[in-house]
Design a protein around this ligand. Structure first.
Ligand SMILES: Nc1nc2c(ncn2[C@@H]2O[C@H](COP(=O)(O)OP(=O)(O)O)[C@@H](O)[C@H]2O)c(=O)[nH]1
Ligand SMILES: [Mg+2]
Length: 297
């Protein structure tokens, strides 16, 4: 029943793509069948994460520019409410980005709401898989690296780029452990700032292989996204990782992460916190936590 839509999406029909993403977001009837009929696709997914203000959107903008210049087609999913890719952004950003919004080889979709589990977006896995059915060479997903979302992005992306900025020398020490673990590539952005080199040096020390799950050394790329320097090196590093067979070894791990998250969502589906509270309140003093919880298994 989704054959027509899928065919149009494969042929590059952006309107159908946009509409179908909304179907998934809204869980329209039979959307699960659509997901099951998605073709197997290996479109590389590049995750860009890091703290707010690190320059992720500016970097994505610069990456799009490079890729488009190379005749590539790019889809961008943005789960950053503060991002200029979101239409609510400042007028200046909108003007800058409008170049890409109207570009035939670029598709940008913002996903504003956060997941019920406090994660990225309740349907980001499904939406990125739908995008893979469309004729894009790369999918870029920008997310804010706070909390839970770090883990989720790793399950989603073939290569995870963590963007940080040079701060006082000891900032690296306090960098969230979560960000350390997920990075395939570290970008030290705003390298036009003083102390960028010192920061890179400290970061490199922190990233000694024994600290991370990586078998090989994590690359560190210095960029200044707003000056568009270092972007070539970043893209090279990303493409090298995508081509590296060791990233294929991650496939099973990535799929496990995805499956785990989707099962988690499915299992939690009919669990309404407000209703839990009502039940607990009405039980009053008689409430037995473990009896209650066991009732759900
Ligand atoms: N000095 C400097 N500022 C930058 C650089 N890259 C981005 N910015 C600025 O940092 C701010 C946040 O950038 P943005 O891309 O929105 O960050 P995001 O929240 O990580 O997506 C903006 O004002 C950018 O112009 C850079 O390389 N150097
Ligand atoms: Mg942003």
């Amino acid at each position: 029943m989704w054959q027509t839509q899928l065919k149009e999406i494969k042929e590059g029909n952006v309107k159908t793509l946009a509409r179908t993403i909304s179907f998934i977001e809204n869980e329209v009837k039979d959307y699960e069948q659509l997901l099951e009929s998605l073709p197997i696709s290996h479109t590389p997914v590049i995750g860009i994460t890091g703290p707010p203000g690190a320059g992720k959107s500016t970097l994505v903008d610069a990456l799009i520019q490079l890729l488009v210049k190379d005749n590539k087609k790019v889809a961008v999913l943005c789960v950053d409410p503060s991002s200029p890719f979101n239409l609510g952004a400042l007028l200046g950003d909108r003007i800058r980005m409008s170049e890409w919004y109207n570009h035939p080889n670029v598709y940008i979709r913002s996903l504003a709401t956060r997941g019920a589990l406090g994660g990225l977006h309740p349907k980001i896995i499904e939406i990125s898989d739908l995008l893979k059915a469309a004729p894009y060479d790369y999918i870029i997903i920008e997310t804010v690296g706070v909390g839970q979302s770090e883990i989720e992005i790793t399950g989603l992306a073939d290569v995870t780029v963590v963007v940080v900025v040079p701060e006082a020398g000891d900032e690296v020490q306090t960098m969230k452990a979560g960000l350390m673990e997920i990075a395939d590539v570290f970008v030290v952005n705003k390298a036009d700032r003083p102390d960028a080199d010192l920061f890179v040096k400290n970061l490199r020390m922190m990233l000694a292989p024994s600290f991370t799950r990586q078998e090989q050394e994590v690359s560190i790329v210095k960029t200044s996204a707003s000056n568009k320097t270092g972007i070539d090196q970043l893209l090279d590093a990303i493409i090298k990782l995508l081509a590296n067979p060791s990233t294929n070894k991650r496939k099973a791990w990535l799929l496990t992460e995805k499956a785990y998250q989707l099962i988690q969502q499915k299992r939690m589906k009919n669990i309404d916190k407000a209703q839990l509270k009502k039940n607990i309140e009405s039980a009053g003093d008689q409430f037995n936590l473990y009896h209650f919880v066991n009732g759900f298994s």
